[in-house]
Design a protein around this ligand. Structure first.
Ligand SMILES: C[S@@+](CC[C@H](N)C(=O)[O-])C[C@H]1O[C@@H](n2cnc3c(N)ncnc32)[C@H](O)[C@@H]1O
Length: 252
């Protein structure tokens, strides 16, 4: 997958993509991430990229010219095709694992990172295919949101996680929160690892994990259960867990 990130601060991306799984994916050529400085495409002599808003008011707006110029250059570089062009935007569609899965199937993604008051509206109207928000709060720029989205999407690209880790077991992938994990030592400060995980009985371990996953979801994010396809076994387990939770509540 090729990822182009248009930003005023390319240096912000150096360290996050130079470590761990993302760096390995880049080294293995599963991912190519290029940052492009929008300022390099400013045509005026001071290389400015923003200006005051028409109509007045506080803040500066990123002008259309350098962004359009930059996209023309990129289109040419990529043989005329740009694929999905994603604007980071607090007003955009809330990002989710499902969105990450969908973007993970693409060959080429372009990210637009805003700053100040954001981009001139004509950028949004003409160049953008997707607008993504990482949450209902406003950050100073689109760089951190783009890093979040690129990281989540990269994990969906086949081969990036390697064999040791699997995204399919993670929270949200199949709609549920993941079960808890334990490692050595077996006992630590009086807290012991559940016996079932040491039993070597894979069928029972799988069942225990699924129940823990259902329990976590019902306790923390019950609304997720309405979107998941549950098996007969899941439904029976949920019924049991609900009675158990109700009994606990009645005892209070
Ligand atoms: C200060 S914000 C602009 C906010 C804009 N004036 C508004 O109220 O919608 C500057 C840039 O940061 C990025 N940004 C800020 N918060 C974000 C969020 N929650 N999700 C995605 N991008 C965000 C966007 O690229 C945005 O253009």
């Amino acid at each position: 997958m090729k990822i182009d990130i248009l930003t005023l601060f390319p240096q912000m991306f150096e360290s996050p993509f130079d470590a761990s799984i993302i760096k390995r994916a880049i080294d293995k050529k599963l991912l190519e991430i290029n940052t492009i400085n929008i300022r390099d495409f400013s045509q005026n002599k001071h290389h400015t990229v923003d200006d005051t808003p028409f109509g007045g008011g506080a803040g500066m707006v990123m002008g259309p010219e350098p962004v359009f110029e930059c996209m023309d250059y990129l289109r040419e570089q990529r043989g005329g095709e740009l694929g999905r062009v994603i604007m980071m935007c607090p007003q955009g569609e809330p990002f989710s694992q499902g969105y990450a899965k969908e973007l993970g199937k693409e060959q080429h993604l372009v990210f637009l990172c805003g700053h100040y008051e954001g981009f001139d509206e004509r950028v949004r109207e003409t160049l953008v295919t997707d607008e993504i928000s990482i949450g209902d709060y406003v950050l100073t720029g689109g760089e951190l949101p783009a890093m979040v989205v690129v990281d989540a999407v990269a994990r969906m690209v086949p081969g990036v996680l390697g064999e040791a880790a699997s995204a399919e077991e993670d929270s949200f992938y199949n709609g549920l929160l993941e079960h808890p994990h334990y490692t050595k030592p077996r006992e630590y400060r009086g807290q012991v690892v559940p016996d079932i995980l040491l039993s070597g009985h894979h069928g029972n371990i799988r069942k225990w994990r699924r129940r823990q996953s259902l329990l976590r979801t019902i306790e923390r994010r019950p609304e997720l259960l309405t979107q998941v396809e549950l098996t007969k076994e899941d439904k029976a387990a949920l019924q049991e867990l609900l009675s158990y939770l109700q009994a606990l509540d009645l005892k209070k």
